[in-house]
Design a protein around this ligand. Structure first.
Ligand code: NAP
Length: 370
């Protein structure tokens, strides 16, 4: 029976992965072994049957006896353990959610509803490293896979509205702590029907600018504000998050030899775990809007076309509507005034599901089914 190691299973991505695997009955047909970097000998997750105590995630000898290693532990862990395993001659499959190995020429970025052909070719050619993509990239591709597959995309500009969860668990909590402070400073005014909105604004702005406002993790107010900077700067003037849009998309689509230009500004907003994106697609010809609807809507079972009208948009095209689901609604779809080759799209997706855990879960199933 194949042996599968799970590392990082109690982190944010890992726990969403565990939840999905239990939901889908994915713990059958192989021998799972759970590891920890902090609690060796402790109790693993409840997967519906007895499992051994937690193993040491730095025990490379034990890890090298595994057929598949699934890691949601993070980049530092991958940087340390992956080379050690390969130096020992380990030949198993490594499935990872960290970005460390994504651009490695010997890895494949996995998003099987979009690039199953690339994954299958990789498996046939002996590639053993499979990495989940950047959340924003994966969600954009889930939404627009049909358009990309048509071969008519000349370039894409995506302006993002990214959730706190992409920055980590502490950031999610800090966002709500900031909201709590704002709610508290405005509470009396909100309870007074005679108070003005300007008075509320003055109180809230003063709190946001105060030294005591909780900004340890974001380094700036997010609640009641936004942060137009995600990750580190690149020489191009982009942030690393913006850079990933171009390099990862073209790697996932296997278009690196003739890359599709993709660029935009990535912005953190006060959503919990859904990223949204306002996308402009430049096509290479005028394609009727009905055909574009069909291309996008028929690409996979998770895309939901939302009609470009107010009621449906408010009901279906928001983080509040999508959070915790695998749905990828695509709306605000129309031709733009710049010309018939320019299309606008707005899409929302749960960045812990399609943006992180789900491609990893599905990759494990693909390997186990071989
Ligand atoms: P995380 O929540 O920080 O978890 C990583 C590890 O931290 C856990 O497996 C756990 O390891 C340890 N840990 C320490 N204190 C913990 C606590 N109180 N609760 C839970 N775990 C704790 O990391 P993550 O956000 O899931 O990200 C994992 C990797 O996926 C990263 O490389 C990240 O870049 C990537 N990724 C993240 C996202 C995202 O949206 N967050 C999206 C795509 C990819 P032990 O059990 O061994 O102590």
């Amino acid at each position: 029976m194949l042996k599968v190691a799970f590392i990082g299973w109690r982190g944010m991505v890992g726990s969403v992965l565990m939840g999905r695997m239990i939901e889908e009955g994915d713990f059958a047909g192989y021998e799972p072994l759970f590891f920890s970097t902090s609690n060796v000998g402790g109790k693993g997750p409840d997967v519906g049957f007895d499992i051994p105590p937690l193993q040491d995630a730095y025990d490379v000898k034990l890890l090298s006896s595994m057929d598949v290693i699934v890691s949601c532990q993070g980049g530092d862990y991958t940087k340390r353990v992956y080379p050690e395993l390969h130096n020992m001659g380990w030949q198993g499959y490594w499935i990872d959610s960290a970005s460390t190995l994504r651009m490695d020429p010997d890895s494949i970025i996995v998003l099987d509803p979009v690039n199953r052909h690339v994954i299958d070719a990789g498996l046939s050619s002996g590639i053993r490293t499979y990495v989940g993509g950047n959340c924003t990239v994966s969600l954009m591709l889930m939404a627009l896979a049909g358009l990309f597959a048509s071969g008519h995309v000349k370039w894409v500009s995506s302006m993002t509205y990214q959730a706190a969860s992409g920055a980590g668990a502490n950031n999610m909590k800090e966002l709500i702590s900031q909201m709590r402070v704002l709610g508290q400073v405005a509470a009396d005014l909100l309870d007074d029907p005679a108070s003005t909105a300007i008075a509320v604004d003055v109180a809230v702005t003063k709190a946001m600018r105060s030294e005591n406002f909780p900004t340890k993790y974001f380094s700036a107010p997010l609640a009641g504000s936004l942060i137009p900077w995600i990750d580190v700067p690149m020489d191009s003037g982009q942030t690393r998050e913006e850079w990933k849009g171009y390099v990862e998309t073209n790697k996932i689509l296997n278009t690196e030899k003739n890359p599709i230009p993709i660029d935009g500004i990535c912005v953190r907003i006060g959503a919990m775990r859904c990223h949204s994106q306002a996308i402009v697609v430049r096509l290479d010809k005028d394609i009727p809007i009905d055909e574009i609807y069909d291309m996008i809507g028929n690409a996979n079972e998770w895309v939901d076309i939302v009609p470009n009208e107010k009621e449906s948009t408010l009901k279906h095209l928001s983080p509040a509507a999508v959070s915790g689901t695998l749905k990828v609604p695509v709306g605000r779809l129309r031709k733009m005034l710049m010309g018939p080759e320019y299309v606008s799209v707005f899409t929302v997706g749960d960045q812990l599901l399609w943006g992180a855990a789900e491609p990893v879960r599905r990759m494990l199933k693909i390997i186990l089914a071989r």
